[in-house]
Design a protein around this ligand. Structure first.
Ligand code: SF4
Ligand code: SF4
Length: 194
């Protein structure tokens, strides 16, 4: 597949408006300097670079943007936001695009979503990440039962995979659970596929 943005497709101005409203960012001010792309640590695996996605949003190219697998490889590191000379919170735009893609059933890399859900399950239960729990849930969800198992002995040796979860103190676990549940309910009421 070509990674070029096609200008020949129909554009959807409502898509541009929705992304701007939901992210709170003025994507129109992007002048394609490429700073965000130059600093993006995940760009080498993107089908479309982050500056291309920004241009796609400007042009209302909804299908090309929301169907991009890059949305699912983004690390949410915010380097793009930090480097943008126009002070656009590019990472917030990426987050908005992911939410919209998810709502519309366009998750192009389902295993990434499965990993996130597994991560959130452990945070909801313990208030903190629980690496072995994430691995087990991810393996069950994805049926990738041997994925990265070769790394386990080394990680165990370095005590990076504790068998017992660290539970957040002072009601932290319950508080994390409430936050996640609140977001889930809000997403459902806005029509997100959970
Ligand atoms: S937030 Fe995503 S798009 Fe932005 S620099 Fe990090 S990985 Fe790249
Ligand atoms: S750094 Fe900002 S202005 Fe430059 S291409 Fe990225 S979003 Fe656009």
């Amino acid at each position: 597949m070509s990674n070029a943005i096609s200008l020949g497709r129909d554009s959807d101005p409502a898509f541009t408006r929705e992304v701007e409203e939901r992210s709170g960012q003025s994507v129109a001010t992007c002048y394609q300097c490429g700073n965000c792309t130059a600093g993006c640590p995940a760009g080498s695996v993107y089908d479309r670079q982050v500056s291309q996605l920004m241009r796609g949003v400007q042009l209302g190219l909804k299908d090309q943007v929301l169907n991009s697998s890059a949305l699912w490889f983004c690390l949410s590191c915010s380097m793009c936001s930090l480097r943008c000379p126009n002070l656009i919170d590019v990472a917030a735009v990426m987050e908005t695009l992911r939410l919209m893609a998810r709502e519309q059933g366009r998750v192009k890399v389902p295993r990434v979503e499965k990993f996130w859900l597994s991560f959130l399950d452990t945070v909801r239960a313990f208030g903190r990440t629980y690496e072995i729990g994430i691995m087990a849930l991810y393996m069950l969800r994805s049926l990738r039962l041997t994925t990265d198992l070769d790394l386990a002995p080394e990680a165990l040796k370095k005590r990076k995979l504790p068998f017992k979860p660290h539970v957040a103190p002072d009601g932290g676990a319950a508080a994390a659970g409430r936050i996640i549940e609140r977001f889930r309910k809000r997403s459902k009421s806005e029509g997100a596929a959970q």
